[in-house]
Design a protein around this ligand. Structure first.
Ligand code: HEC
Length: 109
């Protein structure tokens, strides 16, 4: 009896939270957050290893100015990390990751 009530409560919580997500205003789905927000996050979360313009500070970090990765690959690396680069899925939401992935492409020349 006790377990059954617990299950129902959990279900209600899950249902409630997914409804809450749906009620939130959607951010632009294809471009992520705006450039200013992406740049601010980049400076705080990435620049200590990748430099303010994509030039590697940490010597093992790839030079983002030379990167040839596509958008999806950049999003995957930022989200899940690679080698010694930490994953960012717990500190940045998907729209921010996408915005940063677009932002770092501006380092290429
Ligand atoms: C602790 C240092 C560190 C931080 C913080 C960090 N990175 Fe990295 N990043 C690395 C390292 C090291 C690599 C190379 C990984 C490898 O190839 O093994 C890398 C690789 C990458 C690559 C792949 C480049 C290529 O062409 O192969 C991208 C894109 C990238 N990082 C973007 C970011 C972004 C955007 C952020 C911030 C959200 C970030 N990184 C934060 C260390 C870091």
């Amino acid at each position: 009896m006790k377990a059954r009530n617990g299950g129902l409560l959990l279900l209600a919580v899950l249902w409630g939270s997914s409804c809450g997500d749906m009620a939130q205003p959607s951010t632009a789905p294809h471009t992520g957050v705006g450039k200013a927000d992406a740049q601010r996050q980049y400076m705080m979360k990435c620049a200590m290893c990748h430099g303010e313009q994509g030039e590697p500070v940490l010597l093992t970090a790839g030079d983002l100015r030379e990167s040839t990765l596509g958008l999806e690959e950049r999003i995957a690396i930022i989200t899940y990390g690679k080698g010694t680069m930490p994953p960012h899925k717990d500190m940045l939401d998907a729209a921010t990751i996408q915005g940063i992935a677009n932002y770092i492409e501006t380092f290429r020349h």
